[in-house]
Design a protein. Structure first.
Length: 274
């Protein structure tokens, strides 16, 4: 990762470079009780270090970088997923409304509503575009005006609740199918990972392109290599982990947060390469 001084000087590691995931370790730095005690559907680390935690079909909570609840964002509706567009702007998916709301964090207003023809379950922003996980196993790439750029039909036994869009690829977890899939923008499946997964849920991508996945059913966090061929358990129930649900990286860092299914805690972690 980027923890060592020799690597820290770079703001971003090229995704083309490979890393040996066998040398990767995850350490829990702090575990903060947040006691939302509701099902959690998504979370992100904002560029300024704050954290957003979304209650499933409910409120959008904003936490300080040290894990204290700052406020609930004043956005009407039942939220499901969130992604950051730029320093002051986030996008939030509202499945019941079949809509994505663009929200300005600075003046706390909804600046645009993108309406869709299907329920939208997940969001990820990359390359000036949004990847949206829709009902009917469709991932749609749209611009910020809502115009469809690409449509990818995928296979999944679960609704598309968790996806990440990066480097012209979309990676998503299928909790019921016990699998993680990677597709390119043309709709071609690049790989699928099905080994020893119980209920994969949240995921994020490190600067090398490796995928960090919360396996909620088994109480583990695993890393899958960029090519989908290898994996490693980073932490497990033996480390005091229970029902990890959502995970995210801090902006341009090798640390971040994860939370459990019921929103009882936020854990801050560090990833290192030996």
């Amino acid at each position: 990762m980027k923890r060592e001084a020799s690597v820290k000087r770079k703001a971003q590691v090229e995704l083309g470079k490979q890393s040996n995931i066998n040398n990767m370790t995850m350490n829990i730095e702090t575990k903060i009780e947040i006691n939302i005690k509701k099902w959690i559907s998504d979370m992100i680390c904002l560029m300024d270090g704050r954290v957003i935690v979304v209650e499933d079909d409910d409120k959008v909570n904003l936490f300080t970088p040290d894990g204290k609840l700052q406020k609930q964002l004043p956005i009407p509706g039942k939220a499901r997923s969130v992604t950051q567009i730029n320093q002051n702007t986030i996008a939030i998916a509202y499945p019941n409304e079949k809509a994505i709301k663009i929200f300005n964090m600075e003046n706390e207003t909804v600046t645009k509503v993108i309406t869709l023809d299907k329920r939208c379950y997940s969001l990820s922003f990359s390359n000036k575009s949004l990847a949206v996980g829709l009902a009917g196993n469709q991932i749609r790439i749209i611009d910020l005006e809502g115009n469809k750029l690409k449509s990818i039909q995928v296979e999944s036994k679960s609704n598309l609740y968790n996806l990440v869009y990066c480097n012209d690829r979309v990676i998503y977890s299928d909790g019921d199918g016990k699998a993680v899939y990677c597709y390119d923008e043309s709709g071609k499946q690049i790989w699928q990972y099905t080994q020893d997964l119980s209920q994969p849920e949240g995921l994020c991508i490190d600067t090398y392109g490796n995928i960090i996945v919360t396996d909620c059913g088994s109480g583990r966090i695993i890393v899958i290599s960029k090519d989908g061929q290898d994996s490693k358990v980073l932490i497990s129930e033996e480390d005091g982990l229970k029902n990890p649900k959502c995970i995210c990286f801090k902006h341009n860092e090798s640390s971040g947060f994860f939370c459990d299914l019921r929103g009882t805690y936020l854990a801050k972690y560090n990833l290192t390469m030996r």
